[in-house]
Design a protein around this ligand. Structure first.
Ligand code: WTA
Length: 635
């Protein structure tokens, strides 16, 4: 099968798909009013005046409407399915817990009451620094209930990274845990949180500690989660009515300057877009058990572990561990034991499964699966086909969904019961979404020609920064035309299917986190003995992107094991272990352009063992030979 082969949706799937006819024409004829279909999936307190007001920025989706995300995900389901499972959780060590909608509703209310008692009100930013445990979902929905934007920082981030994200968000409330297990080892999360607190300029009003390991020593203004719940047992908190355009949460992503940048998602537009895509792209229904393997701290987890599935009344599966912890068929065993209907994972995971071998999925009954999804990176046709065959048994459609932190929800994908699939290609833009591949002058590229992905009309899940459209630098409002350049290079085919080639800005995805290269480089050059450094992402064929750091030491003598270790330690301290360089390569010189800029593209080619093409822009071409010969030497 090559990339051009189109595969029709499996007939068994098609028969029961949520969407069986293509709504694209209606969405384009009646744009933007057709997005009403997304607004209709929510239970508004006050209905909206118009679907979209795009007269002048900031654009408003569902303006005039009021709602509450916690009500959408919990209260409105109680009549029909209070005793259905909202969450099935499996921990790193194999322990399990379940929450019905009623259980989750109760705990969210009690925790919201506790937060309110500690001073959290509408508009206060609450930072949640937790692994994938049910309490993280409780925390998010409790914040939403109070109208307090949440700011989730993945548990793997370092104390410094947490401090930066809390300080930027002016957040005085923190919910964390005493510790957790990662690959069987206990991580002392409380110590990290305490270190972060010391590094933050402002005082924290309250820190809540979820007891995972059971050994928390409480300091001033620190409270145990279970005690707070006990003190608020049975309390109910009225969900606060939020305007559609008010903030539901902040989330940090990489910035091109190396500083993390926050994106602000709205309540109405975001939820409507997420619910519509969860229903029509991932085909989730209220009777499904659905599993997205991402970290909740990533946008994928916000949209498609928490808000999408819960707003549809689904059972969402949470798994705290790593795909291969203890056994290489862990993921398949979870699917079988929980009879998972829909699986959403990342190409990097699929490539690992492929490397381990088809015997692992073959050991399990995976016939409960109905649909497979992928997100986060381009998926090559070989991995796509492996997923389709060995996990989906050729009876589940695969949706290759393209989107970003900044888009909030899926923008490009096939509709699983409607569109033919082309392995390696994400598919056409979704109904009502204008995504195109554009050339340097902003005009649409002919089919087959590379260009940058641009979004040319507003979409419901757009964040506040883009809705305001003035504060997004060159990305928005270029030459008077509203447009957002997403940073990905892509090519469209004759049928309008988009193949995403990868990011063209300076960000890499490691361990499901998009991280700015400049952020890693600034940690490396902070080490004494480092004169200059360049960091690149290297795609191994089977595993995650690996970080390689090319380091020019201040003196040749400085290039020793101690410096090597110091570089790794600096990155782990500034960002976290997931960004830790797999290799540190000392070089007497870095390749530079005549204007003195480090040519990272060239290092990337060397590291990935690719052809490095034209070197005419280089001031010091001789360095290339040296790097090549070094490449399997000092590291
Ligand atoms: C990449 C993740 C190819 C892309 C939801 C994008 C993809 C970045 C795909 C956003 C896909 C995401 N095919 N590339 N299906 N999905 N990407 O913000 O480079 O963590 O710009 O959001 O991931 O990463 P982020």
């Amino acid at each position: 099968m090559d990339a051009d082969d189109a595969i029709d949706p499996p007939p068994t799937f098609r028969k029961r798909a949520t969407l069986t006819s293509d709504p694209r024409e209606r969405f384009s004829d009646e744009w933007p009013e057709a997005w009403d279909a997304a607004g209709d999936l929510l239970d508004w307190f006050e209905s909206y005046d118009a679907v979209l007001d795009d007269e002048t920025p900031p654009f408003e989706w569902f303006g005039g409407g009021t709602l509450n995300a916690s009500h959408e995900c919990l209260d409105r389901h109680l009549d029909e399915r209070k005793n259905r499972l909202a969450i099935r959780w499996e921990g790193q060590l194999g322990e399990t817990r379940t929450y019905t909608y009623l259980d989750l509703h109760r705990e969210v209310n009690e925790f919201a009451a506790a937060l309110r008692e500690r001073g959290v009100g509408a508009g206060d930013v609450v930072t949640l620094y937790l692994p994938v445990v049910p309490e993280l979902v409780v925390g998010m929905l409790a914040c939403a209930r109070l109208g307090a934007p949440h700011n989730v920082v993945s548990a793997g981030f370092s104390a410094d990274a947490l401090a930066t994200r809390m300080e930027r968000a002016d957040s005085c409330f923190l919910v964390t845990c005493d510790g957790y297990y990662r690959r069987g080892d206990a991580v002392n999360q409380k110590r990290r949180a305490d270190n972060a607190r010391l590094a933050i300029d402002h005082d924290l009003e309250a820190t809540v500690i979820v007891e995972r390991l059971g050994d928390a020593q409480l300091g001033a203004n620190q409270y145990e989660y279970s005690q707070l719940l006990a003190a608020n047992a049975g309390c109910e908190v009225e969900p606060v009515a939020r305007d559609s355009t008010e903030t539901l949460f902040l989330i940090y992503t990489s910035g091109t300057t190396g500083e993390p940048k926050s994106v602000t998602h709205t309540t109405g537009g975001y939820l409507a877009h997420v619910a519509w895509t969860a229903r029509n792209v991932l085909d989730i229904t209220s009777t499904d058990t659905y599993w997205c393997t991402a970290d909740i701290g990533w946008i994928t987890g916000h949209s498609y572990i928490v808000y999408g599935p819960l707003s549809l009344g689904t059972t969402t599966m949470l798994y705290e561990g790593t795909a291969d912890h203890l056994r290489k068929d862990r993921l398949f065993s979870i699917i079988e034991r929980n009879a998972v209907d829909v699986l959403y994972t990342a190409p990097t995971a699929i490539r690992s499964f492929m490397k381990w071998g088809e015997e692992y999925p073959a050991r399990h009954d995976l016939s409960s699966l109905r649909l497979l999804g992928t997100v986060g990176k381009p998926i090559d046709p070989r991995a796509w086909k492996w997923y389709y065959t060995h996990v989906g048994g050729e009876s589940c459609p695969v949706v290759d969904t393209w989107w970003q932190t900044e888009t909030g929800a899926i923008l490009v994908s096939t509709l699983p019961g409607v569109d033919a699939m082309k392995p390696g290609s994400a598919g056409p833009p979704l109904p009502g979404i204008d995504v195109a591949v554009v050339g340097p002058d902003g005009s649409e590229q002919p089919a087959g020609e590379r260009g940058m992905l641009a979004i040319r009309t507003p979409w419901p899940g757009m964040p506040r920064e883009l809705a305001a459209a003035t504060d997004w630098g060159a990305s928005a409002a270029a030459d008077g035309e509203w447009r957002y350049i997403a940073g990905d290079e892509a090519v469209a085919d004759d049928d309008g299917y988009i193949r995403v080639l990868g990011r063209r800005d300076d960000a890499i995805t490691v361990a499901n986190q998009r991280i700015g290269i400049a952020e890693i480089e600034s940690a490396v050059v902070s080490v004494e003995g480092v004169a200059e450094a360049a960091v690149v992402g290297v795609d191994h064929s089977t595993r995650e992107t690996a970080v390689y750091a090319y380091v020019n030491p201040a003196t040749q003598q400085a290039a020793d094991d101690a410096l090597h270790e110091a570089v790794i330690a600096a990155v782990e301290e500034a960002i976290g272990p997931m960004a830790s360089p797999e290799r540190v390569i000392f070089t007497p010189e870095l390749p530079k352009t005549r204007s003195g800029k480090i040519m990272r593209r060239l290092l990337e080619s060397v590291a990935n063992d690719e052809d490095y093409g034209d070197l005419s822009a280089l001031r010091n071409p001789e360095v290339v030979g040296e790097l090549r010969s070094n490449d399997d030497g000092i590291s």
